[in-house]
Write a protein that binds this ligand. Structure first.
Ligand code: NAP
Length: 259
């Protein structure tokens, strides 16, 4: 690696990044962060209108090119079309962030098996399908950074998350496997593990102040993360600033897993 100025290593100019779940919450914040660092962004969720409006907003706020492509990442065909469209449009794909995810909460004896499957289908299979679809291109480019979004619950358990916790533990296993599989081709894969951020995913908790308190008090900082606080880690993992990092898990969790 050349002796670049350290701040230049964080730049993403000329890079193309695909962000699943990029219309809302953490995915949207990370898309904005990557665009601020100079990346062209492809924003994906299941709803074309929301993809389009998120892309318009990211482009307006950053001056970087951004487009929205709708896809359900649990569909093999739609994931392939998404990657094909992105490559057709921009000729390359340097970064993939798998942020699309779901959390459903019940005691195990009340957990409907089809809801357990829904969590696994999106958090594990969807992530796996997207990794699978970008692999040939990134290997051929001999360059790429894939960021799988895990959770504090990739490392520890939490009551009533008997689908979500196993799904996020699986994301770490997938990441480590792909890090080994792709390293000879110059492609990196890491897991970014957020703590609690107040996104739509956590809205179901808000009616129950005791549960909110229980979640927030798990963090050493004793607060929710704020959406911009995920961006630094996302840009770091996407960029050459983390060029010697693969197979790793980076926790942005307010100190939850320190306890
Ligand atoms: N928020 C937290 O506290 C927290 C903590 C730890 C980890 N995480 C993880 O961070 C990631 C983002 O969470 P978030 O809180 O930002 O969630 P969110 O606000 O609920 O956003 C989820 C995003 O995923 C998209 N999505 C859902 N199903 C999809 C599908 N089948 N195909 C494509 N896109 C789909 C949603 O759009 P549509 O519904 O319109 O498709 C939306 O853009 C998740 O992997 C989550 O597990 C979150």
């Amino acid at each position: 690696m050349s002796e670049s100025h350290v701040m230049d290593l964080f730049r993403l100019d000329g890079r193309v990044a695909l962000i699943t779940g990029g219309t809302k919450g953490l995915g949207r914040s990370m898309a904005l962060g990557l665009a601020q660092a100079g990346a062209t962004t492809v924003i994906c969720s299941r709803h074309a209108d929301q993809c389009e409006s998120a892309a318009v907003e990211v482009a307006a706020q950053t001056g970087s090119e951004s487009v929205g492509f709708a896809a359900d990442v649990t569909s093999e065909e739609q994931v392939q079309s998404l990657v094909d469209e992105a490559v057709h449009r921009f000729g390359r794909l340097d970064v993939l962030i798998n942020s699309a995810g779901i959390n459903l909460r019940h005691p195990i004896e009340e957990f409907p098996p089809d809801e357990w499957q829904q969590v696994m289908d999106l958090n594990v299979r969807g992530t796996w399908l997207c990794c699978r679809a970008v692999a040939p291109l990134m290997k051929q480019q001999r360059n790429g950074s894939v960021i799988n979004v895990g959770s504090t619950l990739s490392a520890v358990g939490l009551a009533n998350r008997s689908a979500y916790c196993p799904s996020k533990h699986a994301v770490i296993g997938l990441t480590k496997t792909l890090a080994l599989e792709w390293a000879p081709f110059g492609v990196r894969c890491n897991t970014l593990c957020p703590g609690p951020f107040l996104t739509e995913m956590n809205v179901p908790l808000l009616g129950e102040p005791e549960k909110v308190k229980a979640v927030v008090s798990q963090t050493a900082l004793n607060r929710w993360g704020e959406l911009p606080e995920i961006r630094g880690a996302a840009v770091y993992l996407a960029s050459d600033a983390s060029s010697y990092m693969t197979g790793a898990s980076l926790y942005v969790d307010g100190g939850w897993t320190a306890g």
